[in-house]
Write a protein that binds this ligand. Structure first.
Ligand code: HEC
Ligand code: HEC
Length: 404
């Protein structure tokens, strides 16, 4: 990770601007006064932004949430360095994120934190209300295996994760917040004694609550892509993009939308390209994952790591901003969108054998063979041009194309 050199909102004018956009969001929300009697939600999200960006909340003072989930803004005409709220330092040769301590790596590729606010609290869906052929099954939660029930629980994880921010314990995180320049904001939001010694357990929850409030703002869900513009009748697809969209749909040749759903769910104002359910599409293991250096037999069972019978399933990711978030899949094994589409198209006919070069000439066997989703096809019979059209379509999902 590189510290925060790519941060955009560093000067005070920008911070004021950030506050304003939160105000706009709240006015748009229709005054949810019952669970927010003091109108504290605005300052809670603004406080959450401070916490989200504070590198001092890591053991070596060098890593914040933002280090792995970049906030580089996706506004119209924004810098090409925008990384879609994923890790700006991830590449195909460094597919997983380095922690606060140099040389410590997690074993998963950092997903985008954008649009995560729409994932429902983790639950078992027995009635198929989402009309998913994969149902009944587990839905929602945060992390690729849903092990945090919601954003608040999720935000409590990274500070104490040895391979991430590596803080000793909750009290150590609270102590750093107590000394932070924004401590007065914390007390404004949560009460004058909120950071006093003895209140650490509550304060730690409140830190997570504030971060979750920030992650639930419109900034994390701009719905400002070309796709949204087309849906709003303000732009039109090129021929390639339109063809890609047709192939993408449930009854198209690619059938991508069977999982990357074209429905609006969880109160979102736009399509999320997921219903947050779980599936195993047979992603191969990634030989470049540093985990094998210390765990040669490592297998990521996904949801099956914590719920038996669910081996190999991962939460279906949104495809919004996917152009910006390479490498792909839970282990970063696929370097480009072209490779992803070829994997879906030719995994089966191009299964590795003999001297063919994996990931180049052929596709290795799945990391986990159990529970392969039968709506997944590794043999879509897409032409080279159709593969390219699917990629062109996915590139219309990048935010910052227009102002909705
Ligand atoms: C060292 C890099 C790193 C840091 C620092 C980090 N994350 Fe993450 N984040 C990840 C990885 C990797 C995952 C996926 C882990 C998993 O599924 O087990 C993840 C998952 C998430 C998710 C779930 C997204 C989804 O689709 O399920 C959210 C939200 C998130 N992080 C927010 C945060 C917040 C808030 C912080 C700061 C408190 C933070 N992250 C710090 C790497 C990081
Ligand atoms: C059976 C359900 C299913 C179908 C059908 C499906 N996907 Fe996926 N997709 C997933 C799951 C699950 C993952 C994450 C897998 C993992 O990390 O191991 C994923 C991951 C991806 C990713 C990587 C996203 C990221 O952030 O890493 C892309 C891109 C993608 N799919 C595009 C497509 C396209 C294009 C199609 C159609 C050709 C398609 N998918 C069809 C379930 C599906």
């Amino acid at each position: 990770m590189t510290g925060n050199s790519k941060k955009l909102w560093v000067d005070s004018h920008s911070v004021v601007f950030a506050g304003l956009s939160v105000v706009l969001l709240l006015t748009g929300c229709g005054g949810d006064s019952t669970d927010d009697p003091g109108g504290s939600r605005l300052s809670k999200a603004a406080l959450g932004k401070m916490l989200y960006e504070d590198t001092n909340l890591s053991k070596n003072g060098n890593q914040s949430c933002e280090s792995c989930h970049s906030l580089t803004l996706l506004t119209v005409g924004s810098s090409p360095a925008a990384r879609g709220f994923a890790d700006p330092d991830s590449t195909s040769t460094a597919p997983v994120s380095e922690g606060s301590k140099a040389g410590e790596f997690g074993d998963r590729n950092a997903p985008t934190a954008a649009y995560a606010q729409f994932s429902p609290s983790f639950y078992y869906d027995s009635s198929s209300p989402l009309n998913n052929p994969n149902k009944p099954g587990y839905v929602g939660g945060q992390f690729l295996d849903g092990r945090a029930v919601d954003l608040v629980e999720q935000a409590k994880g990274p500070f104490l994760n040895q391979k991430e921010m590596n803080m000793a314990n909750e009290a150590a995180v609270v102590a750093k917040v107590r000394d932070a320049a924004y401590a007065h904001m914390f007390k404004q939001v949560f009460g004058a004694s909120s950071l006093d010694s003895g209140n650490e357990a509550t304060a730690y929850n409140q830190i997570a609550e504030a971060i979750a409030a920030f992650e639930s703002t419109a900034m994390f869900a701009p719905f400002s892509s070309k796709f949204d513009a087309v849906q709003a009748g303000k732009a039109s697809f090129t021929g390639a993009e339109e063809n890609g969209f047709q192939l993408f749909q449930v009854d198209g040749k690619g059938r991508c939308a069977e999982c990357h759903k074209l429905e609006k769910i969880g109160g979102s104002s736009g399509v999320l390209f997921t219903d947050f359910s779980y599936s195993n599409i047979g992603v191969p293991p990634n030989p470049a994952n540093p985990v094998y250096a210390y765990l040669p037999n490592f297998v990521d069972l996904g949801l099956g790591k914590r719920i038996s019978g669910e081996e190999g399933k991962f939460k279906i990711p949104t495809l919004r901003n996917v152009e910006l978030t390479a490498p792909y899949m839970h282990n970063g094994s696929l370097a480009t969108l072209e490779q992803v589409v070829n994997f879906y198209n030719e995994r089966d006919p191009k299964n590795c054998s003999g001297s063919a070069v994996p990931f180049v000439d052929c596709w290795p066997d799945p990391e986990v063979a159990d529970n392969l989703d039968d709506t997944f096809s590794g043999d879509l019979l897409l032409s080279v041009e159709e593969e390219a059209d699917l990629v062109a379509f996915m590139k219309t999902l990048t935010d910052g194309y227009f102002t909705p």
